[in-house]
Design a protein around this ligand. Structure first.
Ligand code: FES
Ligand code: FES
Length: 170
């Protein structure tokens, strides 16, 4: 990471959802604000801004992080994936998004981008999760609407359909 003084702005270059993009950031600028305001990817939501609600979760080099607890400059030269990366170019939902639709796993949808990104990372590393493991990951997110049952069902359904596609069995 480059050295800059407290008020100096610097250009931060990232690969956002497969595209090289850049924007100016002050040293204290949060990654969540950089993604939304400088790069215009407003699918990432901001709630508590102190790491509790999880709705700002994005993937940084493939790993789920709270973008409200990460500085924009920490992402310089790295790869960011946001909720906008999940659907196909023609708008077709991926299996996790489709499972959320099937199971009524969202209502207002404010928490949904962060939950989708957390489970995108989680299912990659844990393709055969137990319900308890799903609940544990979900404990890092706050949803005011759903009561969580639909989200748990959706994640388990997505895991099943992803495994069916790759020919794996549980
Ligand atoms: S806005 Fe980042 S965890 Fe709530
Ligand atoms: S769907 Fe409304 S906060 Fe989760």
């Amino acid at each position: 990471m480059r050295r800059v003084t407290r008020d100096q702005r610097a250009t931060v270059k990232v690969k956002l959802n497969g595209r090289l993009v850049s924007g100016d950031a002050e040293p204290r600028m949060l990654l969540s604000d950089f993604i939304r305001h400088s790069l215009g990817a407003t699918g990432t939501h901001v709630g508590c801004e102190h790491g509790v609600c999880g709705c700002c979760t994005v993937l940084l080099d493939g790993v789920a992080v709270r973008s409200c607890l990460t500085l924009a400059m920490q992402a310089d030269g790295r790869e960011i994936s946001t909720v906008e990366s999940l659907a196909a170019n023609d708008g077709a939902l991926n299996s996790l998004q489709q499972a959320f639709r099937n199971n009524h796993a969202l209502q207002c949808g404010f928490c949904t981008p962060g939950i989708l990104m957390s489970f995108t990372d989680f299912l990659k590393r844990h393709p055969h999760p137990s319900e308890e493991e799903v609940v544990e990951v979900l404990s890092g997110h706050i949803c005011r609407c759903t009561g969580y049952a639909g989200i748990i069902a959706a994640v388990l359904e997505a895991a099943g359909s992803q495994n069916a596609k790759t020919g794996e069995t549980l």
